[in-house]
Design a protein around this ligand. Sequence first.
Ligand code: ZN
Length: 189
Amino acid sequence: MGLAAKNKITGEIIYIYECADPRSELKKDELECHLCGGELIIKAGFTRIKHFAHKPNSPCSCDYDRHPESYEHLFFKRLLASEIGKEYREYLGAKPRLEYPIHEVKRIADIVFEFPNGWLVAHEVQLSSITIEDLENRTNDYRNAGIDIIWWLGKSADTRKNREWLFENYGECYTLDWKAVNKNTAKDD
Ligand SMILES: [Zn+2]
C-alpha cells in the first residue's frame, strides 16, 4: 500500500493526499501502480489515512526491497513530505517524491527530495526493528546511487543502539514519536 500512483495516460505521479476526494477526482481506469503497472484500489474511510493498494490476491509485482508499511508509516511519510520544507530552509525549493524507486539498487525510498539543482536526498521512515547492518547496507545502496539519506527512527527501530550508531557514523539521526503526534487517527484497516 502506498500514497503514490501513476496516471497511465499522462505518466504523472499522483499523491493521494493531494486529493480531497480521491474517488471522485481520480478515474479508476486511468490509474496504475507506479512501480509495476498493476491495478490499484483506493482505500479510504472517513478518518483513516487514504491510500492506494494492490488487490490482496495480486500484490505488487516489482521485486524491489520494500519494507512493510503500517498506517503509522504512511502517516509519517506524508508528514515529513509536507513539513520538512517548512521546517528547514534549505528544503524550501525541494520537491518531495514519495515512494521513489531507485532502480540501480532495486529499492524504494520513502521520500526523496529533489532539489532544483538536481541533488537528491532520501528521508527514510523506519518504524519496524532494523539491524545496524541493514541501516548500513541501505545507506550505502542509496549513496552508491548518488542519493544522500537521512534516517527517522520510531517505534521498534528507535533503539539506543541504532541512534548511537547513526550518530557515530553519519553524524545525525532523527526520531518520530507516534503517540506524541497522533492521538485521534484510527489506525486499523
Ligand atoms: Zn505495484
